[in-house]
Design a protein around this ligand. Sequence first.
Ligand code: PCA
Length: 198
Amino acid sequence: MKLLLTGFEPFLDFMINPSAEIAKELDGQQVGNYKIISRILPVDFSEAAHALSRFIDEVNPDAVISLGLAGGRNRITPERIAINCNDGVKDNRGFTPQDQKIAEDGPDGYFSKLPIRKFVQILQENGYPAEISNSAGTYLCNNVMYHLLHKMNMENKDCPAGFVHIPSSHELALTSPNLPSWSQRDLTEAVKLIVTCL
Ligand code: PCA
């Protein structure tokens, strides 16, 4: 079976995006039941969802995990819910949305279709700090999670799909002070572990 794994390009003052590094490292690997196929998404409100949709149509995955950096969080945080709202700081094209709906006729929110409780359990059992997050924010990560689940819903696809935020890597913390950070190797191992839960 195929798993589409997405990461994001760097954004704001974050010179490296460890979510993209994980995606690149795992691309082509067999993990548990899944062959991982990775793609990188732009931090761009007008493009990210189109890119994601194209990747899903191209790969036709049996599961989708999207990853993003939550700079400042010290643990892996599988997201419980995406909300129908774009708002935030500027994206990589300089666009700053305010109080915008993501899908005019879409529901207010979508719950993750990933086993997020199992993710937290397996991570903790293996010594990786993890916690369910009840807000993916209103920036690109929420936007991509919402679009992912909206697409699955509209196309009647019932497969594991959702979003996981990851903390900073040490490499990123070197250039962005005051960020709690993990080794890139631990970040990648943690993502491999959650894939084995599917
Ligand atoms: N994190 C941002 C967008 C890109 C990323 O990696 C977010 O949490 O919305």
